[in-house]
Design a protein. Structure first.
Length: 469
């Protein structure tokens, strides 16, 4: 690719060089502030997560913030790798050559001179990206790299072994309910009433677990309940919408009717299956993959046996296992293993599987009122999983417990385990939770329609547990 044509493409993708600052939503996800703090360090900031969760929007918001902070616009470069991958794979272009054209022809300086910030969008399309970046970093260029990819952290780790210790990862998942509240409620209400509670509730949950004192969490939850009573109706209205629409930003943050939401999510599913899985995972049997995804959606939060799934779909167990792995790698499905200290038992026993987003699951499976219990458990599980993925302070593992009875979720933090049973619309039977608390000397949480404490079990309304941050 000649330098003039390359410069023209760069100008098209970087309008701020000509004074046209990107117009971005004012609403910023918490990950924005996390990555903003990384701008000054030398690590490569890698943003991963499902498609359509706002990674590109986040990049543009960061660019706008960097320019507002006083950085010269031409010192900020955004590259969509899809635009260059054909020439790169033919050997006609390298990332270094792109950066040199930008530096020499636009900035009028050498690559070694002046501070620069480079954004690579959809980095996973280029298999050798880590090798090229390692070469650039090893020469100590004054460049901060920020990259996004729609493949899983595991895949990015495998393709970036040469950058071990040089990468900081941020995972962007569909919106949690507390983020949707932040978008819709009055800013003063959020800042003064809700925001302080989101962090304190999580801290008190983990402190109560660590010290084996349920009262610590119950007192903080009671405080939250009383503080939010004046806006409880507003919270419930938005929760009911979230329960149906899920958390993909394009759906959750716009006033779309059911048909519009379905249409956009269906297009999203088709794009992921027929583009990402075919091009990146080299899947040829997309029909089986889509059928697996539909079955997981219909049976979200259920224990799914690979052999049974293979029989139902007329496929081999290996095909089912591989396809489920692809779905987890693309952040469409999340798995939960059985609660056990034995690793062998964990991998031997079947997983519980959860669709990543309820709105997505509704498009695939067509939920009705009989599915409300499964939907509620999926929302609670995914909310906790998203916290663990996004917040390094609150690290915990989620599993399920099954003996003679079953418990939906076991949250384990620093060897302490907390049983969580979701009783949304289901008969009130908490014997399994009681058994677990006695066996493991702990306390438990039951998601129900009221806030109260009975001994070592705390009952919490679902919209309150979703305030955990």
């Amino acid at each position: 690719m000649d330098r003039i044509k390359l410069s023209q493409i760069l100008y098209r993708w970087n309008p701020w060089w000509e004074g046209k600052k990107p117009v971005m939503p004012e609403f910023k996800r918490s990950e924005y502030f996390h990555i903003q703090k990384e701008i000054s360090n030398k690590k490569i900031s890698v943003i991963t997560g499902p498609r359509q969760t706002g990674k590109t929007t986040l990049m543009y918001q960061l660019i706008a913030g960097i320019i507002d902070g006083g950085t010269k616009p031409s010192q900020v470069l955004y590259l969509l790798l899809d635009d260059f991958i054909d020439e790169i794979e033919k050997g006609n272009l390298t990332l270094r050559e792109i950066l040199e054209v930008w530096s020499e022809d636009i900035l009028k300086e050498r690559l070694t001179e002046g501070k620069k910030i480079v954004f690579f969008d959809e980095i996973q399309v280029y298999k050798k990206w880590s090798r090229e970046l390692k070469s650039l970093i090893s020469q100590n260029y004054p460049i901060k790299f920020i990259a996004s990819g729609s493949s899983s952290v595991d895949i990015l780790e495998r393709t970036s072994e040469s950058l071990a210790g040089r990468i900081s990862r941020t995972i962007i998942m569909p919106l949690k309910f507390n983020e949707i509240l932040r978008f819709y409620v009055n800013n003063d209400i959020w800042t003064e009433k809700i925001k302080p509670l989101t962090v304190s509730l999580t801290k008190c949950l983990l402190k109560g677990l660590s010290e084996n004192k349920p009262d610590i969490f119950f007192r903080e939850m009671s405080k939250a309940y009383k503080a939010l009573l004046p806006i409880e109706d507003i919270i419930r209205i938005h929760f009911n919408k979230y329960f149906k629409k899920g958390g993909y930003p394009e759906i959750a943050l716009q006033d779309l009717d059911r048909f519009q939401s379905f249409s956009r999510l269906k297009n999203y599913i088709d794009s992921v299956i027929h583009k990402d899985f075919v091009n990146f995972f080299k899947v040829r049997d997309t029909k089986t993959l889509e059928r697996i995804l539909k079955l997981v959606s219909k049976n979200t939060s259920q224990i799914i046996v690979e052999r049974g799934l293979a029989k139902d779909l007329g496929a081999s167990v290996n095909t089912i296992r591989n396809h489920l792995g692809f779905l987890e790698s693309a952040f469409l499905v999340m798995g939960s293993s059985i609660h056990s200290k034995s690793y062998a038992k964990k991998i031997r026993r079947p997983e519980k599987l959860y669709i990543i987003d309820i709105g997505l699951g509704d498009v695939l499976a067509g939920y009705d009122d009989s599915d409300n219990g499964k939907i509620a458990e999926t929302i609670v599980h995914n909310h906790l999983e998203f916290i663990a993925l996004s917040n390094p302070i609150f690290q915990f593992e989620l599993t399920y417990w099954k003996n003679n009875r079953e418990i939906d979720i076991i949250l384990t933090h620093k060897s302490k385990s907390l049983p969580i049973e979701v009783k949304y619309g289901k008969a009130r039977n908490i014997e399994a939770v009681k058994d677990f608390t006695e066996k493991y000397n702990t306390w438990g949480i039951v998601i129900s329609d009221e806030l109260k404490q009975e001994g070592r079990i705390i009952f919490v309304p679902i919209h309150l547990i979703l305030l955990l941050q």
